[in-house]
Design a protein around this ligand. Structure first.
Ligand code: 3H9
Length: 694
């Protein structure tokens, strides 16, 4: 049973006990109703306390039950809350740690609420693409006021209990033992004759509710264009304001049932579980002992090294930052300081915090100073010979048991590990630029990387608030290996008939923040040129579109030269279609003897996204990624894949692998079709009627 029932001092105590966060799954819901009825039938009981065991009051509805029969099996959360609210004996919710979603809705159904300070109070349903579906949009505005409630519901952001202490949400904030105090409170309430207060009976007071709701609607329209849930939250609140509690509740239920079926909600739930699943590695149990990391070393104080150092400093870990010249070291430190100063200007950091963070950095020119570091991350020039020098040095100076990591984005971690006498301590930590901002961290597991090294780095990633995804060793790892196919397709399409601006527009309409050509102009076209040159040497037979090389030969490297695939006014980031580039493209096609054709937006999106999917499937086949959701997390957190689509692999599941396979077959029969070789994983799953995530 997921609920415990005891009686203390004439008060029934119903304790939710469904680890990890007391999710309100079917057996928990059943237990609560049974507890309330048992208390009703026990003449010695005068009041009821509901609380949660372990690390939460309740994290809300059990998300794993969504879209399964259990979600709607009675007693539903509505039935539970009706039982609680309708109890003649007063019910007190004793809230600590976390009261979220359905957990908060349950508490709102109680007659009284007492809370410990520091509890996170939230209706975070919107982050899962739904809205509070058990009365939250109706009861919360009645106890904390319309504005606070609307902000909480539309943003899903947790608010600390002490911040809400002055509202009718809490009858008391308890500093001491929460349960003792809740029982005392309940006993007093039980001694008073009813009826006891109900949130549903309170009025929503606001001098200009209609005006405020309209204002909120406009603000949401600007930021939530791909997501229906925030709009529905406002509609549901408005329904209650205008037409009363019962109508609002029925409308909220209707919206909930519709939203839970939407692809956007599926995508957000996939991302929620995908993030947590990424931290689980099949052959590295969660109880694997980890190494202590008290000091970090970073080799290289360039853009990447500096950003990497900031991550650790932000988490309170001291960093030894090494460079080869005083000048480079000073420049690196100045950049870090400038980054922090801009955060101070924005009010995100105090000047004192800036000083504290800078003080955590020990700059050095001597490798010997890395001897105390428990983890050293190398972020130097991307060339194997340079890495060899660094790792040979690190092998000499690092202490026993120190973890040695490379930030390489393309080089072979096993070869790097072989530069040391301790390959088991070596792995890749591939940060994305800007390293202090981007959430993604690809953790590259070498052939000899020790399990505890991997476990340590995955745990550390959490501490520095990264989404860490494990990748095996291959060129480009998960993310860059896939993006190469995407860029390749975008260039083929330019050669075949599309213009960069059409391709960018089509994929941006699909939801990418930036299309491939605007992205290349931002990153610098010379960077991908260098990678292509390497490819030509490594794989001379590979069919690669050469149009981008042509562009680079004219010196159009992108924003930094005020000219790339687009024209730029100096100092501006606005991409303007370029007559020069268009003429160059048309001339190139002619030279190749190719007849340019109109390419539909649908084909553009299909070829770009399915090139990711097909390569992703090969990555799964080869075991480079261990699960499809890992690939999706890489793309959602590192490559701007639209969140409302849930990542390339979930998107493929949404359209169905049968259709993916058919589309690939079609592209393979077209011009430049030799770039398409359907992954066996796609064919295999399609034949079984399955998806990557099923
Ligand atoms: C809802 O309530 C709908 C209602 O309005 C209407 C219904 C009709 N269900 O994050 P952590 C798991 S919608 C199932 O690492 P933390 C999580 O997957 C719900 N599982 O811990 C993980 O499992 P594992 C609204 C859940 O301490 C483990 O718990 N509620 C749920 O850093 C630990 O999670 C939310 O959206 C759940 N509801 O943070 C709350 N919640 O160990 C979402 C967590 O196997 N949850 N799990 O990987 C959170 O924000 C955080 O998990 C929380 C704890 C703050 C609670």
């Amino acid at each position: 049973m997921a609920v415990d029932y005891t009686v203390r001092d004439g008060v029934a105590v119903i304790t939710l006990d469904n680890p990890p966060v007391n999710g309100l799954g079917h057996s928990t819901r059943l237990g609560i109703v049974e507890g309330v009825e048992r208390a009703r039938d026990d003449a010695s009981v005068t009041a009821i306390v509901i609380t949660g065991a372990g690390k939460a009051f309740s994290g809300g509805a059990d998300i794993t039950e969504f879209n399964t029969p259990k979600a709607t099996q009675e007693p539903t959360l509505h039935t539970v809350i009706r039982a609680v609210e309708g109890s003649a004996k007063p019910v007190v919710a004793a809230i600590h740690s976390v009261a979220m979603g359905g957990g908060l809705e349950l508490a709102l159904g109680a007659h009284y609420r007492v809370a410990a300070p520091g509890a996170q109070i939230a209706l975070p349903e919107v982050k899962l693409g739904i809205l509070p579906g058990a009365g939250g949009t109706q009861r919360l505005p009645r106890v904390v006021g319309l504005e606070t409630a609307l902000n909480m519901i539309v943003s899903g952001t947790p608010v600390l209990s002490e911040k809400l202490a002055q509202t009718a949400l809490f009858d008391r904030l308890v500093e001491g033992d929460l349960l003792d105090e809740a029982i005392r409170f309940a006993k007093d309430a039980g001694a008073r004759s009813g009826p006891h207060p109900k949130a549903r009976e309170r009025a929503i007071e606001h001098p200009n509710a209609e005006g405020f709701i309209q204002f909120a609607r406009n603000s949401v329209a600007a930021v939530a264009k791909h997501f229906p849930a925030p709009h529905k939250c406002i509609d549901a609140i408005e329904a209650g304001v205008k037409e009363g509690f019962d109508h609002g509740l029925a409308f909220e239920r209707q919206c909930f049932l519709a939203l839970v079926q939407t692809p956007e909600s599926r995508a957000l739930r996939h991302a929620f579980f995908g993030e947590r699943a990424a931290g689980k590695i099949a052959d590295v149990p969660s109880n694997t002992p980890v190494r202590a990391i008290a000091r970090v070393g970073v080799v290289g104080a360039g853009t990447m090294g500096g950003g990497i150092a900031m991550n650790f400093v932000n988490a309170g870990l001291p960093v030894t930052l090494l460079e080869t010249s005083q000048e480079a070291l000073d420049r690196g430190l100045a950049t870090i300081r400038k980054n922090y100063e801009s955060q101070v200007k924005k009010g995100k950091l105090t000047p004192a915090q800036l000083d504290e963070r800078m003080a955590l950095i020990s700059p050095t020119l001597a490798y010997g100073d890395l001897a105390q570091a428990d983890l050293v991350i190398e972020a130097v020039f991307e060339e194997l010979g340079v890495k060899e020098q660094v790792f040979t040095k690190l092998d000499e100076v690092a202490k026993d048991g120190a973890i040695l990591a490379s930030n390489t984005s393309t080089l072979d971690i096993d070869r790097i590990a072989a530069f040391t006498k301790r390959p088991a301590d070596v792995l890749g930590m591939h940060f994305f630029s800007p390293a202090n901002v981007m959430k993604l961290l690809e953790v590259v597991r070498g052939g000899k990387t020790a399990k505890d090294v991997l476990a340590t780095v995955m745990q550390l990633a959490k501490k520095i608030k990264k989404t860490a995804v494990v990748s095996g060793v291959c060129d480009g790892f998960i993310g860059n290996r896939m993006i190469e196919q995407y860029f390749r397709q975008s260039l083929f399409m330019v050669e075949e008939g599309a213009m960069p601006q059409q391709i960018d527009r089509a994929i941006e309409a699909f939801g990418f923040a930036m299309g491939p050509f605007r992205m290349s102009d931002l990153a610098g076209n010379d960077i991908s040129w260098a990678i292509r040159k390497r490819r030509y040497a490594e794989q001379p037979g590979l069919h690669y579109p050469r149009i981008a090389d042509r562009l680079c030969e004219t010196g159009r490297f992108g924003q930094k030269t005020a000219a790339g695939w687009y024209d730029y006014q100096p100092g501006e980031r606005n991409a303007r279609p370029s007559k020069f580039v268009e003429d160059m493209i048309v001339a190139y096609s002619k030279e190749q003897g190719a007849t340019r054709r109109a390419i539909s937006d649908e084909e553009i999106v299909g070829r770009l996204v399915l090139s990711l999917v097909n390569e992703g499937a090969k990555i799964l086949e080869e075991g480079i990624a261990s699960k499809a959701s890992d690939i999706d997390m890489v793309y959602l957190t590192g490559y701007g894949f639209p969140l409302h689509r849930g990542g390339p692999m979930l998107y493929a599941d949404t359209i169905g692998l049968y259709n993916v396979e058919r589309a690939i077959r079609k592209y393979a029969a077209q011009q430049n079709g030799d770039a398409w070789k359907t992954a066996a994983r796609v064919t295999g799953l399609a034949a079984q009627g399955k998806g990557f995530n099923s």
